[in-house]
Design a protein. Structure first.
Ligand code: SF4
Length: 248
């Protein structure tokens, strides 16, 4: 398994150097123009998209589908998701013509051993995210050289300074929407006629697992409904940035 914690430093240095070269190569590009050379040339057949099919996911998936609808899209189903999210996955997959959406799940042996009653999220949310999200995610990306994430700086906290291209464990990680604003995301929804996640109408602005997602009051931060009341802001899939450069 690819894991930066065990990755030989020279291997990581190579990823870091590649990320730096690519950041220079795509500097000034945006959207489809940014993604096309990375998906079709640099990482052809070696790149995947990771999507939660959450409230803003449709925009990144639409850009990706415009470049290549056959690119693998990884969806981690933790076993704790809203049914609406699974149905939205199916709706967007059909709407965008994505042909390789891969739903990956935690191993039952791991959940039975660590979360026999299904309440680990309550006792130890980091451990729950690790077995239900991080491990399936890492297994799914074995064999790829790069992945695409939909994170944006306007989400704040640990996302406020993310670069467009970075080195992440053994992969080059691409954040094509890093510098997009909330207004631009909404414009893109309108312009492309993209359907909203059904739970947006019920007051959810950021959606993950059912036990760890809450409605957000008007004016609150978009991610404030995630792990509300806990000292936790990320599931662990996104590591602190090993940024090499930003093209903002
Ligand atoms: S978000 Fe909550 S339920 Fe989902 S994996 Fe993390 S702790 Fe578990």
């Amino acid at each position: 398994m690819v894991d930066g914690t065990s990755l030989h430093s020279s291997a990581f240095d190579a990823v870091l150097a590649r990320a730096g070269r690519l950041a220079a190569r795509v500097a000034g590009l945006d959207g489809v123009a940014l993604l096309a050379p990375l998906m079709l040339e640099e990482f052809a057949g070696r790149i995947a998209v990771v999507s939660s099919f959450g409230t803003e996911a449709a925009v990144m998936l639409a850009l990706v589908a415009e470049v290549d609808p056959t690119v693998p899209v990884i969806f981690v189903d933790t076993g704790k998701l809203f049914g609406e999210t699974r149905r939205y996955r199916d709706q967007l997959t059909a709407r965008l013509g994505l042909t390789d959406v891969r739903t990956v799940k935690p191993l039952s042996a791991e959940t039975e051993a660590a979360d026999h009653d299904g309440l680990l999220f309550h006792r130890d949310a980091d451990a729950c995210c690790y077995i239900r999200k991080v491990l399936p995610f890492e297994r799914s990306l074995a064999g790829f050289d790069a992945w695409i994430s939909g994170r944006k700086r306007f989400h704040g906290a640990g996302r406020a300074g993310i670069p467009v291209i970075e080195a992440d464990r053994g992969w080059v990680k691409i954040n094509p929407l890093a510098d997009w604003s909330r207004a631009r995301i909404l414009q893109e929804f309108d312009g492309r006629g993209l359907p909203p996640h059904p739970l947006v109408a019920e007051g959810f602005l950021s959606i993950g697992c059912m036990p760890c997602s809450s409605r957000v009051a008007p004016g609150e931060d978009i991610r404030s409904g995630r792990w509300a009341g806990k000292d936790k802001a990320e599931c662990g899939i996104h590591r602190p940035a090993n940024a090499v450069s930003s093209i903002a």
